[in-house]
Design a protein around this ligand. Structure first.
Ligand code: FAD
Length: 520
């Protein structure tokens, strides 16, 4: 194969980028590009339509969002005040394995690594000896979440309080507004208007320009499609195609409603399994986000709304809002000179709060593979390969929640119990059930502790453990385990209540409802 050597700056550098859409995806992309391309002669233009609006949901995030904000120089206090955010230590899953079960998928580890072996192997051995402690008792973030407490992780890696990460629960519309201010201050030009047509180049098939309802024509070298489910450029103009994953993730509708904030401000999102889907509860400072994600094959829209309304724990403050979607991903995230980021690139349902993270992945990969006007096909292929893996890994992890279950009390749960799994997931489950081993994926977003939390939490127990766990004398093992549990309990006792921490950290925007209701 011929190797060509190039040196010096390319003469074909991109001069103009046009982002279509101003939801979370559009403004995250604008903010990141305005920061990372700072100092380069690249004009960034964002077009959005207030009349069309945004999807208006998306409140729970993953810890990686902190790296995104940090890399843009956004401070936590400022972010939390602007977005009414709370802290998130993980997700509490109720009724997934069996009705009545509950567990937390924490952003952190279960116990320390002992002799190079993750602690859960020792716990499995302890269990085989008759010990009844829960694995949760070895996890600081689980125990802190259960006790409504929060602190930042310790920088001292010898301490149990260093063994976790955290994310935010925030108002995604406020986050987009915040990033809009950030981006405009760094030169991003925003145009209000509705895109009504796309002009393709007759020779290359690339998008040359978009036309707005006010007659404006916007040209650019690179277009980023952040137009949401409609995929204005990637699908409507370029007909890229969509891989429909409904056979694995059949939930296709949601109904969302906010309620007043009442009681403790739990530092976690709750996902409660229902007969034909599941219900979310996400506490913010000023309100609680709720929604029922369901599969229309198994329940009517009216019934789904009733399930949601019957299971709210506080008065609602707005009317229920329906949403429809098809789980899956765009066949190519990058096609010609269009990159799809956000819902235009795919959607896998919000069970593990992964959508905003996939936006972040799309942006990070794009910055790494940022094109010039030649649009090197090998870079485009690499981007598409990486994004396909990001989506597939998330799909497998979401599917695990539905298939690692003993429930058979409804048509939906019976559907999952008879499902043929993707090979990648089946291999992972087999390695776990035979010997407690977690196969690591390339580009796997969720690390072994996440898989362990869900599998154990949903009663998918391994038949064996790593034999190296037998090397520790039994009395030593018992002593060590008890010391870890003590350390976790002590650390949790010394950790402030979540709402107090937010106030004292100066990150409270309102906390009005939580304060008054908490006193009731
Ligand atoms: C039920 C549900 C719950 C969710 N929960 C979570 C969660 O907890 N955590 C999480 O990470 N994610 C969640 N998501 C996903 C999250 O909402 C989205 O990933 C995120 O909001 C990004 O959306 P977006 O910016 O791609 O699209 P949108 O918000 O739909 O924005 C599209 C933009 O394109 C513009 N636009 C469209 N057409 C045109 C046009 N013709 N002309 C001009 N502008 C146009 C619109 O005006 C808008 O600005 C959830 C999604 C759903 C459906």
């Amino acid at each position: 194969m011929a190797v060509t050597h190039r040196s010096g700056p390319t003469r074909h550098a991109i001069d103009t980028v046009c982002i279509v859409g101003g939801g979370t995806a559009g403004w995250m992309t604008a903010a990141a590009l305005s920061n990372k391309l700072q100092g380069l002669p690249v004009a960034i233009h964002l077009v959005e339509s207030e009349e069309i609006g945004t999807v208006g949901v998306g409140e729970a995030t993953l810890p990686h969002i902190r790296a995104f904000n940090n890399s843009l120089g956004i401070g936590e206090q400022e972010l939390m005040q602007a977005t009414e955010a709370t802290f998130k230590l993980g997700i509490e899953f109720c009724d997934w394995g069996r009705i009545g079960d509950r567990y937390v998928h924490p952003f952190g580890d279960f116990g320390p690594v002992v002799n190079e072996l993750p602690f859960y192997h020792y716990w499995l051995r302890l269990r085989s000896l008759g010990d009844t402690s829960r694995l949760d008792e070895y996890s600081f973030p689980v125990m802190a979440a259960e006790n409504d407490r929060f602190r930042h992780p310790s920088a001292d890696i010898s301490r149990i309080e260093s063994t976790f990460g955290y994310a935010y629960q925030f108002d995604a519309s406020l986050y987009a507004k915040f990033l809009r201010r950030y981006s405009e201050a760094r030169g991003v030009k925003r145009t209000e208007g509705k895109v009504i047509a796309t002009d393709l180049n007759g020779e290359t098939g690339f998008v040359d320009s978009i036309r707005l309802d006010n007659g404006d024509v916007i040209k650019a070298d690179l277009f980023i499609d952040c137009s949401g489910f409609r995929g204005l450029l990637i699908e409507q103009a370029l007909e890229t195609g969509y891989d429909d994953w409904s056979k694995w993730l059949p939930c296709n509708r949601a109904i969302a409603v906010p309620t007043e904030s009442r009681g403790p401000l739990g530092p976690f999102t709750r996902a409660t399994a229902r007969k034909s889907g599941w219900q979310w509860r996400i506490p913010l400072q000023h309100r609680v986000g709720n929604g029922h994600v369901y599969c229309s094959n198994f329940i009517s829209d009216d019934e789904a709304e009733q399930v949601l309304l019957d299971n709210l724990d506080a008065p609602r403050i707005a009317d229920p809002r329906p949403l429809r979607f098809t789980t899956g991903r765009r066949r190519l995230s990058w096609n010609r000179n269009v990159v799809a980021i956000g819902l235009s690139g795919g959607f896998l349902e919000p069970l593990e709060s992964t959508s905003i993270h996939l936006i972040q992945d799309g942006i990070t990969e794009l910055i790494q593979l940022f094109p010039d006007k030649a649009f090197q096909q090998s870079d485009i292929d690499e981007y598409n390969r990486r994004m396909a893996l990001h989506y597939e890994r998330v799909r497998d992890f979401l599917l695990l929640h539905y298939v690692a279950t003993q429930r058979d009390d409804s048509e939906m749960w019976r559907y999952f119990r008879s499902m043929a799994l993707p090979d990648s997931l089946q291999e992972k489950i087999d390695a776990w059930t035979t010997r407690g081993y977690i196969i690591k994926y390339e580009f796997g977003l969720f690390l072994p502790p996440s898989w362990i939390a869900v599998m154990m939490g949903q009663n998918l127990m391994p038949r064996g453990y790593d034999r190296r766990a037998d090397a520790l004398r039994e009395d030593e093992l018992v002593r060590k385990a008890s010391a870890v549990r003590e350390a976790v309990l002590k650390a949790v006792r010394e950790t402030p209540e979540h709402a107090d921490f937010i106030r004292h950290a100066g990150a409270a925007a309102s906390l009005k409802a939580a304060t008054t209701a908490g006193a009731q």
